[in-house]
Design a protein around this ligand. Sequence first.
Ligand code: ATP
Length: 235
Amino acid sequence: MSAVLEIQGLRKTYRSRRGVRRALDGFDMAVEAGQVHGFLGPNGSGKTTTLRTLLGLIKADGGRMSLLGRAVPQALPEVAGQVGAIVESPQFFGNFSARDTLSLLADAGGVPQSRVAEVLELVGLRDRAGERVKTYSLGLKQRLAVGSALLKNPRLLILDEPANGLDPGGIREMRTLMRTLAGSGMTVLLSSHILGEIQLICDSVTIISAGRRVAAGTVADVLARHATSAVRVRV
Ligand code: ATP
């Protein structure tokens, strides 16, 4: 498989006392190296379920997945260090600075302290690195979250709704950061339920609706070919 990330026929049904909910119904996706790939779909369409399954946090009912050419979940322990992911908003200590936060995480993850300064520079937090996180805007917190996922210098970065709640300026900053990462050879998969975010930030996109892929390709092509689908899924 040449794709950095590949999913074929993924199925997942949640069963609880409240009933049965089919979240993924034969979902397919492929992400090529060096792309900033958008994962677009309305709330409840199955994005988080896909990402959590891919990272081995929940078990699929069926289908095939690979990361960096290795089968998931079997090969996850080997590829884990090469995949950075934020699928839940990380909780940071408000009284710690960004530098302290990344420094602690670096120690915990066996990452050399020299990487902390590199990451702070990369995510544009160098000048604010000594300030307490509780004084940060949402955009700065999001950048710190991305920074924490970058400590191990992953080949693939997976982000669930990183632009959620950001104002237009924050979204543009996120775009600049994603471009910088892609320019350094990293592949990024980024989920959103907002079409405008994907248009601004991503090269290519997969659209999911009700647990199935409804379109995939470059952002421009998909929008041109599937304008009606995009409207139908109300993204
Ligand atoms: P959102 O942006 O709202 O998180 P999403 O596209 O990430 O949406 P999922 O969170 O994957 O979608 O949810 C897909 C479907 O599965 C939804 O109908 C949701 O209600 C259901 N679901 C998700 N998690 C669970 C769970 N733990 N138990 C039962 N149903 C669930």
